[in-house]
Design a protein around this ligand. Structure first.
Ligand code: UDP
Length: 253
């Protein structure tokens, strides 16, 4: 029997790397279409979906400044935010080529390209069944799109924040390097912080913890997983306050 919960509104965080072929940078429309097809199937079940898109396949502010002395750190972060808009445009066309209704909204105004992000308007689009793609992060430098995802999940009234990753969930160590790493099924926010587990950045975790926003970390590379996650199937790792931080961490069976 499969345990499941049904969600009404979901915030999905897609990293930029999900738009590139494994080990490569830039955008592969094959990869984008693969994600888009899963997303369209997930939405056809009736859930309202907002997507926060990253930009790491193109540029991350922190690493770009580290490698280039001629650019100010804040400038590099703005460059990273613009990278997320490039990804947002690719995702929008991929989704629309599959028949989905979408809106691209940016936290930095660029009127010829996309709508400005306005919370009430975004909620209206969601109510009308449109997939809302949220680009340019929070619009402010020095944070990442994980923080934008937490922020938007809260203000749009999502039931859950889902983070799509390359691995099956949250592990005790990097599973791509340590074959003995243990996959957790359930974690408390405090455990994530204390054990420094790689879920999302610290600001995003704190925000979710403060407001009780659950986080599901799951593998987007397994076909059908976006649908499964959105349908509430018990995949990946759930981070929340239930049974939370005093309970022992339960490893996967
Ligand atoms: N960024 C930012 N403010 C935000 C969101 C993103 O300055 O609110 C910049 C930051 O430099 C970040 C880059 O945009 O590294 C791309 O986003 P991110 O690294 O989160 O992309 P992902 O790793 O999810 O692909």
């Amino acid at each position: 029997m499969t345990e499941s919960t049904s969600y009404r509104r979901v915030l999905l965080k897609l990293s930029g790397e999900s738009f590139a072929r494994a080990g490569e940078r830039g955008i592969s429309m094959d990869e984008v279409l693969h994600i888009a097809a899963q997303t369209v199937r997930a939405v056809s079940r009736g859930v309202e979906l907002a997507v926060v898109i990253g930009g790491g396949n193109i540029l991350r502010g922190a690493s770009f400044t580290a490698g280039n002395s001629g650019v100010q750190e804040a400038t590099a972060h703005y460059m990273g935010m613009l990278a997320t808009v490039i990804n947002g445009l690719a995702l929008q066309d991929a989704l629309e080529s599959l028949g989905a209704q979408t809106r691209l909204m940016t936290a930095i105004r660029m009127d010829g390209v996309a709508e400005p992000y306005i919370r009430r308007r975004a909620r209206r689009h969601l109510e009308k069944g449109r997939i809302v793609i949220l680009a340019a992060g929070t619009g402010s430098p020095y944070v990442t799109t994980d923080t934008a995802a937490a922020q938007r999940a809260l203000e749009l009234g999502a039931d859950i924040l889902m983070k799509a990753t390359r691995v099956d969930g949250v592990y005790s160590d990097d599973p791509e390097k340590n074959p003995h790493a243990v996959l957790y099924r359930e974690l408390g926010y405090q455990q994530v912080r204390e054990q420094n587990l790689r879920v999302m950045d610290a600001t995003a975790i704190s925000q979710c913890m403060e407001h009780g926003m659950p986080i599901l970390v799951f593998n987007y590379r397994r076909d059908g997983n976006i649908e499964r996650a959105v349908a509430g199937e018990r995949i990946g790792t759930i981070v929340g306050s239930r049974r939370s931080d005093e309970a022992a961490t339960r490893p996967a069976p």
